[in-house]
Design a protein around this ligand. Structure first.
Ligand SMILES: Cc1ncc(COP(=O)(O)O)c(C=O)c1O
Length: 405
C-alpha cells in the first residue's frame, strides 16, 4: 500500500479506494482465456468505472492491451496525455462532431452513428486539409435503439448512403471496424440477442459485398463474453476469417460479475476496496435522533461513530438507515441519513465485544471489501440502492483518493 497519496496525506487515514493491480491483470487473463483469438478493447470510460482511468489504462497497456474504449473526447485526451498509444475508440453518441479538431489531433477513433456525422467529419477534414485518412468504426444499432445506425432486416436502406459516402472519400475516411451492442447479453440463449446478431451479420454481408473487407468486428461486452453469446465471437471469427474480432469488456476487468443474481464467478475477483475513517465518536442516550430529518432514533443508549464519507464521495444517500459497514471484521449498521460528507454508524455491539478502543478516531471502516471474515461487494450495495454495481462504482467521486498496489 502506498504510504502517501499524491497530496502527501497518509492514505490509511483518509477516505480512499485501494485498487489491486495484480488482480486486475488476473481478471484480464481470465477474460482473454474466455475469448481466445480476439483482441481486448478495455472499456475505461467513466474513469475506468471509478477505478482511475490513467493508472488502469497504463497498467493494461504495459500488459499488452492495445485498444481502449471511452465515452467522451475528454477521456480520450486524458488517455493520450497518459501516453496511451493504441486505438482509442470513442463510443457512439459521444457528440464528437462538436469538437472534431480535438478528435483528429488526438487520433481518436470515433464510432459513427449517422451519415450526418460522416459528412461533418469529411467536411472538417477537407476544410483543415487533414493529411492522413481518419480511422472510423460504424456503430450499428441492431436493437438497442440508442446510438448507432439503425439496422433492420434490410440493411441497405440505411447503409447505402453511408457506403456511397465512404467510397467517395477513401482518401479521407478509412472504415476499419463494425460494432454493435447487445441489449440483453446477461441472458443466456436470448432470442433478442440472436436477432441482434442476425442483423449485424446481414449488415456485415452487405458491407462485404460493397467491398469493405478488412474490417474489425466487435460486439461483446463482459456479459456477452461470459455467457454463451461469447460464441458469437467464435461464430464471427470462424465465418469471417478476413476480419479480426475484438471484445469490449468493462465490468469484468474490474472483477464484478455482470450476470445478475449470479455468485462471484471463479476467475474474476473484485479489485477495489473502499474505506473511510472514524472521525468522531459519541455516546448518545436512548431517544436521541441521528442525522437530518430525525429519521433514526436510538432505541437504547447507543455508541455512535461518524465516518468521513457521504454522498459527496459517492456513498449513496439511498443507504440511509440501510445496510452496514465493517469495522474490525464486524458489521456496524448505518443509522440516520447519509449526508454529503458524513455517515453515522451504530458501533454499540462492536465496542461491547471488542472494547471502546476498537472504534476510535482513525479506525478505518470498510464500505466495499473484506474485513476479517466479512465482506461487502459493490453488488450488495447496488441491491440496497436498487441499482447495478456499475452505478455504485462509477459514482465514487473524484475527492476519494485512489491508491494502487
Ligand atoms: C458500447 C459499450 N460496449 C461495451 C461496454 C462494456 O460493458 P460491460 O461493462 O458490461 O462489459 C459498454 C458499457 O456500458 C458499452 O456501452
Amino acid at each position: 500500500m502506498p504510504t502517501v497519496t499524491q497530496s502527501g496525506l497518509n492514505p490509511a487515514k483518509i477516505c480512499h479506494v485501494a485498487i489491486e493491480l495484480k488482480t486486475l491483470l488476473q481478471n484480464l487473463s481470465f477474460i482473454q482465456n474466455q475469448s481466445s483469438d480476439t483482441e481486448i478493447v478495455a472499456m475505461v470510460k467513466a474513469n475506468a468505472y471509478g477505478h482511475g482511468i490513467t493508472k488502469i489504462s497504463q497498467v493494461l497497456q504495459e500488459k499488452g492491451v492495445k485498444h481502449f474504449g471511452v465515452a467522451t473526447i475528454e477521456e480520450g485526451l486524458t488517455l493520450r496525455q497518459a501516453s496511451i498509444t493504441g486505438t482509442i475508440l470513442l463510443m457512439g453518441g459521444s457528440g464528437f462532431t462538436q469538437n472534431i479538431d480535438a478528435v483528429l489531433s488526438a487520433e481518436l477513433t470515433p464510432l459513427i452513428s449517422s451519415l450526418e456525422e460522416l459528412q461533418i467529419l469529411k467536411a472538417t477534414a477537407q476544410k483543415t486539409k487533414w493529411q492522413k485518412p481518419i480511422q472510423v468504426h460504424l456503430d450499428l444499432d441492431t436493437g438497442m435503439s440508442r446510438s448507432g445506425i439503425l439496422i433492420d432486416d434490410n440493411p441497405e436502406s440505411t447503409l447505402k448512403a453511408i457506403v456511397d459516402c465512404l467510397k467517395k472519400n477513401t482518401n479521407i475516411i478509412n472504415l476499419c471496424g463494425l460494432s454493435t451492442h447487445f441489449a440483453n447479453a446477461e441472458i443466456n440463449n436470448c432470442a433478442y440477442s440472436d436477432l441482434q446478431l442476425k442483423r449485424f451479420l446481414k449488415a456485415l454481408h452487405y458491407l462485404d459485398n460493397a467491398g469493405f473487407h478488412q474490417t474489425i468486428l466487435h460486439v461483446s461486452k463482459s456479459s456477452a463474453i461470459l455467457t454463451n453469446l461469447g460464441h458469437s465471437d467464435v461464430v464471427l471469427s470462424k465465418t469471417q476469417r478476413q476480419h479480426s474480432i475484438w471484445v469490449r469488456p468493462g465490468i469484468a476487468l474490474y472483477g464484478v460479475n455482470p450476470l445478475s443474481g449470479a455468485n462471484q464467478l471463479p476467475g474474476l475477483a473484485p479489485i477495489l476496496s473502499w474505506r473511510a475513517p472514524v472521525t468522531v465518536r459519541k455516546a448518545i442516550l436512548k431517544g436521541t435522533h441521528v442525522g437530518y430529518n430525525n429519521t433514526w432514533t436510538a432505541k437504547r443508549d447507543t455508541e455512535i461513530a461518524i465516518l468521513r464519507v457521504g454522498y459527496g464521495d459517492g456513498f449513496s444517500r439511498q443507504l440511509s438507515n440501510r445496510g452496514h459497514v465493517l469495522i474490525q471484521g464486524q458489521k456496524a449498521p448505518i443509522v440516520g441519513r447519509v449526508s454529503m460528507d458524513l455517515t453515522a454508524i451504530d458501533v454499540t455491539q462492536i465496542t461491547k465485544k471488542l472494547g471502546n478502543e476498537s472504534c476510535s478516531i482513525g479506525t478505518m471502516a470498510t464500505l466495499i471489501g473484506t474485513d476479517g471474515g466479512e465482506s461487502i461487494s459493490a453488488q450488495d450495495l447496488s441491491e440496497l440502492c436498487h441499482t447495478i454495481p456499475y452505478e455504485i462504482l462509477t459514482n465514487i467521486s473524484a475527492r476519494v483518493a485512489r491508491l494502487y498496489f
